[in-house]
Design a protein around this ligand. Structure first.
Ligand code: PMP
Ligand code: GLN
Length: 380
């Protein structure tokens, strides 16, 4: 059979998690929390099942959940979003991204992404017949070089994808970034896909510059979220896409013949639990402590932090001790030091290697202590 994705291999997250399991290594590679989620939310879902919420949900999502989301958006961003027309519940953020790409891309359309990039973007664009236009974030600040973005626009450019807070680097877009983005999107009549799955995981008192706060941009945007990140339940695979009426209409055409609808009891349970604002308002402090805890533990190692202000992740340079490829360095960390990380080159289409690894700090203290004990064995 002719492959539709001839240049795509197995996701780095699968590769590193399997390697970690094989060698019994501590896993700071794939991003997921290793502590329990809210027992109260689990109870809400149990109750929804006992109450009979076990049949197909509305194709666009349980109405109570969409209403609760619209209220949350009003509370957080001061924006009125219509729950009937603008919100679609999806089986995870990854699926919502795929559906957004499928909705807009015609064969030959160019889509600008920034690298390092979350690993699903390139295959999502390629399988839809689009052409990926990767632009490298400036190293080591991992900021967006807006002059290069302007220079990359052609008559075939269809969309730009942004991700803030950013996986894998933890950088966050500022108001100034968004104004530059807005000018490019509006002037060139483009679409925007904004991956905001880490909206609450933002540190150092930085605000989340959600596209929901920019009405001119919102008109042209698909904005992607994940309950997995917000409620410490990545395995639930539930998320949503917010897009204006005319774009949601097309998104839903694709969605209805792909999954049709999502897990009913989880939607009902989350809808009920969402009245608890503390659960998401405290997330920034909660994770910032973890970032700082790991950073402090690694201070006396040869690893140099490249500061993160958001997401589950912080990157570390090992350039002071080794010049070997980051893939080999990461493999050695698993087999010889007992710790799994992600080599940053996996997030570049051409394997750009700055001698950087990504660590996930969404872990309990004991895990971070054990991980640091492994890394403290690295010698200058
Ligand atoms: N975008 C980014 C940047 C992510 O890190 C993730 C987490 N895997 C997703 C999207 C997808 O989230 P989900 O697990 O809900 O599919
Ligand atoms: N978002 C997580 C990460 O970046 C994991 C995603 C996945 O396993 N597909 O590590």
């Amino acid at each position: 059979m002719e492959s539709k994705l001839p240049h795509i291999g197995t996701s780095i997250f699968t590769v590193m998690s399997q390697l970690a399991a094989k060698h019994g290594a501590i896993n700071l590679g794939q991003g997921f929390p290793d502590f329990p989620m809210s027992a109260e939310l689990i109870e809400c879902v149990n109750q929804a099942m006992k109450d009979g919420g076990n049949q197909y949900a509305h194709s666009y999502g349980v109405p109570a959940l969409r209403t609760a989301l619209a209220e949350k958006i009003q509370f957080l961003y001061g924006t009125n979003i219509h729950p009937e027309t603008d919100i679609t519940i999806t089986p995870g953020g990854t699926y919502a991204l795929y559906t957004a790409f499928t909705t807009i891309i015609q064969p030959g359309d160019e889509v600008i992404i920034f690298e390092p990039a979350y690993d699903s973007y390139i295959p999502n664009i390629t399988i839809n017949g689009g052409v990926v236009v990767p632009i490298a974030l400036s190293f080591p600040t991992y900021t967006i070089p807006w002059d290069k973005v302007k220079a990359a626009i052609t008559p075939k450019t269809k969309a730009i994808l942004v991700n803030s807070p950013h996986n894998p680097t933890g950088t966050v877009m500022t108001h100034t970034d968004i104004l530059q983005l807005q000018e490019i999107i509006v002037t060139n009549n483009l679409y925007l896909i904004s991956d905001e799955v880490y909206e609450h995981l933002i540190y150092d008192n930085k605000p989340h510059a959600s596209i929901l706060k920019y009405p001119e941009l919102y008109k042209r945007s698909f904005i992607i979220y994940s309950f997995g990140k917000t409620y410490h339940c990545t395995g639930w695979k539930l998320g949503y896409c917010i897009a204006p009426d005319h774009l949601s209409k097309e998104f839903r055409k694709v969605h209805q013949f792909n999954v049709f609808s999502c897990d009913t009891p989880k939607q009902l349970g989350i809808a009920k639990y969402m009245s608890n604002k503390e659960a998401y308002l405290t997330l920034g402090n909660f994770y910032q402590e973890k970032r700082d805890y790991l950073r402090a533990l690694l201070k006396d190692t040869p690893l140099q932090a490249i500061p993160s202000s958001g997401s589950y992740f912080e990157s570390y340079s090992y350039a002071s001790i080794s010049n070997e490829a980051d893939t080999l360095f990461a493999e050695k960390l698993v087999t010889e030091y007992g710790i799994a990380t992600i080599p940053m080159s996996a997030f570049y289409h051409d394997g750009t290697d700055h001698k950087v690894i990504r660590l996930c700090f969404a872990k309990q203290k004991e895990t971070l202590d054990a991980a640091a004990a492994c890394l403290q064995k690295l010698k200058n």
